[in-house]
Design a protein around this ligand. Sequence first.
Ligand code: KIV
Ligand code: ZN
Length: 391
Amino acid sequence: MKADKIEIFDTTLRDGEQVPGCKLNVEQKLVIASKLDELGVDVIEAGFPISSPGDFQSVYQISKRVRNAKVCALTRANKKDIETAAQALKYAKNPRIHTGIGTSDYHIKYKFNATHDQIIQRAVEAVQYAKSFVDDVAFYAEDAGRTDNVYLAKVCEAAIQAGATVLNIPDTTGYCLPEEYGAKIKYIKEHVKGIDEVMISCHCHNDLGLATANSLAGVLNGARQIECTINGIGERAGNTALEEVVMIFRQHKKLNFITAINSKMLTELSLLTADMMGMMVQPNKAIVGANAFAHSSGIHQDGVIKNRVTYEIINPEEVGLIESSIILTARSGRSALAYKFKNMGFNVTKTELDNLYIEFLKIADLKKEVNEEDLNFILNNYNQGVSCERR
Ligand code: KIV
Ligand code: ZN
């Protein structure tokens, strides 16, 4: 059976960039947008044009530059936002306006002090107005994660009738459990008139560490677009990580989903984004963390040296790394030590290895990581009959 394409909507430059400390200038945004286009994302959410002249310029310049991906601009449900977004998208080959409003009782009561019907009215007006500028209009029901499903379906149906082409169902606060979020998408799929003519999009936040699981639950229940960011950056605990969903679909072919992403560029994009935003990636981050393909315990190292499939489910080359790494620590064994010596051009005998290993442990117990310089020191001392006590 032919695999279903999942559209990748990248919001690194909007939800990701709105994080404190992640601010980029126009030039930097252009560099990342060009790389995202090359990576193969389907949509680039380039910014929120009404928010600042700089963000307007970013969306304007990205629209001129990007040739493959659709370029999207965020708005609230008001005319000024929508007009400004339309101007910023003027030169986009495939422009999309992303407009919407809060639909949970928390938002309706505390943010808008409005009625449920008034919110639907505002949603409809926003979509219709956006539609007067562009064909492709995505509607987001902010805080859909905490919105009653019956009301959410009503809002979605009204947005479709007003002309929305995409329905974004954000778990804005990262509250949903995967079963709940999946059931929400299923409910919409089954109860909204016209739903088969539009695309359902997942936009999941990571407050409980469930963003990727929730996005997966979303597509398993009928969504066909995932909103995500490089390195999972985004408001508070972040968004669904692009690299995670892409690699889940690649590793689990049985799901029968594909994306257009060139996974070999994932590491490059991760480093570029982290560097430009000054937002370090946690070392144990899935797929792109510094330790994602590093092996340090003796048992694992021995297995990986014999055959990497013993402890690796992804070939590091698939994400753009040259190879996985063997890190020497006090938990490493003889096989890793021999492997490192061999890579340095020294083939040691079993007896030599036993003796060198004793010297290695003396240093390893003093340091977090034993490097090549340390190994040379161990070898030199060994050849001169000196112990490594004083490294
Ligand atoms: O988290 C959210 O609800 C959003 C919307 C503006 C799409 O970022
Ligand atoms: Zn968001």
